[in-house]
Design a protein around this ligand. Structure first.
Ligand SMILES: [Zn+2]
Length: 276
C-alpha cells in the first residue's frame, strides 16, 4: 500500500492548475514538493517540458531534490530516438535524485505508455498515481490528445490522429466484424495532408467528390502509396477486404503547434468489399 502525503490532493491540484496554463498541444503541469512545501511548479511550453522547467526552478531555489516529490499530470517522457539531444524527463528526474514521482496519466501513445514509469522504477524512484477523479479531469483538459490513439470502429465514425502516433489510425470494420485496416496521415501544408498506405493497402483521391455518397464503387479509382488530400476532399484507402473512405475536417501543424506537432481530424466510412 502506497503512502499518501498529507497534502497530496493539494499538490495534485497544483500540477493540474499549472497544466491549464500550458500552450503546448499536449498540456502538462508539474509541481515539486520538499518537506511538505511547494518548491516549484511549471507547465509544458513549446520549448521545454514541464518537468525540466520545474527541476531547473527548484535547483535555482537551492532545493534538496533528494527529499523531493514530483507531481506530474502526464507520465514523464522517455527518449524514443537515439539521436535525441535533450535528456528525456524520466532520466533527468532519476539523475536529479528526486525520490518519488506521482503520475496523473500514463501516456496513451503506445510507443511511450508505461515506459516513463519503468524508467523511473528502474532508477529507484518510488511511484504513485493521482486520484481517479483528478485523472479524469486531466483527460478532460487534454481530451483531444487522449482521443488520438483510439481505434475506430466502423462502419462510420470520426477520429483525430497526431504526430505522437505517427499519424496512424486503426479502423475496425464494424462492431461485429473485428477485421481491421491501418491508415496513416502526415501533414502536407496548410489544410492538406498526405494519406499514406503501406502494402497491401493503397490510397486514392476521389477527385471532385464532396461526400461519401458520391463514391459509388470505391475500388474504381487510381491507387498509389500516398496521395495529397485537402480539407473537404475525399480519399480512399483500399485494402484486400475493405475500403475506408476518409474526409479530412481539420488539419493543423507548423508554428502554432510546434515544429513536429500536427493533427488530422477526419470522418471515415468503411465499405466492405470481401464479406466473410
Ligand atoms: Zn519530457
Amino acid at each position: 500500500m502506497m503512502t499518501e502525503q498529507p497534502n497530496d490532493r493539494l499538490f495534485m491540484t497544483t500540477a493540474i492548475e499549472e497544466m491549464k496554463k500550458s500552450d503546448a498541444p499536449i498540456k502538462v503541469g508539474v509541481a515539486i514538493i520538499v518537506d511538505g512545501q511547494i518548491i516549484s511548479s511549471a507547465f509544458r511550453t513549446k520549448g521545454e517540458h514541464a518537468e525540466r522547467a520545474a527541476i531547473r526552478l527548484a535547483v535555482e531555489r537551492g532545493a534538496n531534490l533528494k527529499k523531493a516529490i514530483l507531481y506530474a499530470t502526464l507520465e514523464p517522457c522517455v527518449d524514443l530516438r537515439p539521436e535525441q539531444q535533450v535528456q528525456c524527463c524520466a532520466d533527468l528526474i532519476v539523475s536529479s535524485g528526486i525520490k518519488e514521482v506521482v503520475i496523473g496519466r500514463y501516456d496513451p501513445n503506445p510507443n511511450i505508455y508505461r515506459q516513463g514509469w519503468k524508467r523511473l522504477r528502474d532508477g529507484g524512484v518510488y511511484l504513485r498515481d493521482f486520484h481517479q477523479d483528478l485523472r479524469e479531469e486531466i483527460d478532460e483538459i487534454n481530451s483531444r490528445f487522449m482521443g488520438f490513439f483510439e481505434k475506430g470502429i466502423g462502419p462510420t465514425g470520426g477520429a483525430k490522429v497526431g504526430h505522437k502516433d505517427k499519424g496512424k489510425f486503426l479502423v475496425q470494420f464494424a462492431e461485429d466484424d473485428d477485421r481491421t485496416m491501418e491508415i496513416a496521415w502526415t501533414v502536407a501544408g496548410i489544410n492538406a495532408a498526405y494519406g499514406y498506405a503501406s502494402r497491401p493497402v493503397k490510397v486514392a483521391m476521389a477527385r471532385f467528390a464532396k461526400t461519401f455518397d458520391e463514391v459509388d464503387d470505391p475500388t474504381a479509382y487510381e491507387f498509389r502509396n500516398s496521395v495529397r488530400i485537402e480539407v473537404g476532399e475525399i480519399g480512399i484507402f483500399k485494402g484486400p477486404e475493405a475500403c475506408v473512405l476518409v474526409k479530412p475536417k481539420q488539419i493543423e501543424s507548423g508554428q502554432k503547434y510546434g515544429n513536429t506537432d500536427y493533427f488530422v481530424s477526419f470522418d471515415y466510412q468503411v465499405r466492405i468489399t470481401k464479406h466473410r
